[in-house]
Design a protein around this ligand. Structure first.
Ligand SMILES: [Zn+2]
Length: 144
């Protein structure tokens, strides 16, 4: 198994782990920001799977049906990722819009937010549990 294939498989597992933690954080808090994060992670996992398939197909040698090889499989994977990012963005915008129309007070003790921190800090993203209390304060103050 090539290093590229091993890295692609590892990225699927890491993505699935992050997705699981972010989904748990959203389930515990009900925060739209965490739902958006989980949707983005769903795209990461799906596109990592598509990338693995594309890498394997692209590595095949040329044959009678594909005399120039199978490299275009990677382009299909890239297009799929672009489409999925757009779909996730539209879903996130929808959730944000609905949350804007019907704001609600969030129940987010720090230990629940730390669950999301588990998913973000080890993988190099900004810790959203630091940003969220500011957003919570803003959304609750406009509701009063
Ligand atoms: Zn072929």
């Amino acid at each position: 198994m090539s290093t590229t294939i091993r890295l692609a498989i590892a990225s699927i597992f890491v993505g699935a782990l992050v997705l699981g933690i972010k989904t748990l954080a959203w389930w515990l808090t009900g925060a739209v920001a965490l739902l958006a994060d989980a949707l983005e992670s769903t795209v990461n996992v799906a596109t990592a799977i598509a990338a693995l398939i594309a890498i394997r197909v692209a590595a095949r040698p040329a044959d009678a049906s594909h005399p120039y090889g199978h490299h275009k499989a990677e382009l299909f994977s890239a297009v799929l990722e672009g489409v999925m990012i757009i779909v996730a963005a539209l879903l996130i915008l929808r959730e944000a819009y609905l949350g804007f129309l019907a704001p609600r007070v969030l129940d987010m003790p720090i230990e629940r937010l730390l669950v999301n921190g588990l998913a973000t800090v080890p993988f190099g993203k900004s810790p959203k549990f630091v940003q969220l209390p500011i957003k919570m304060h803003h959304s609750t103050s406009t509701a009063c």
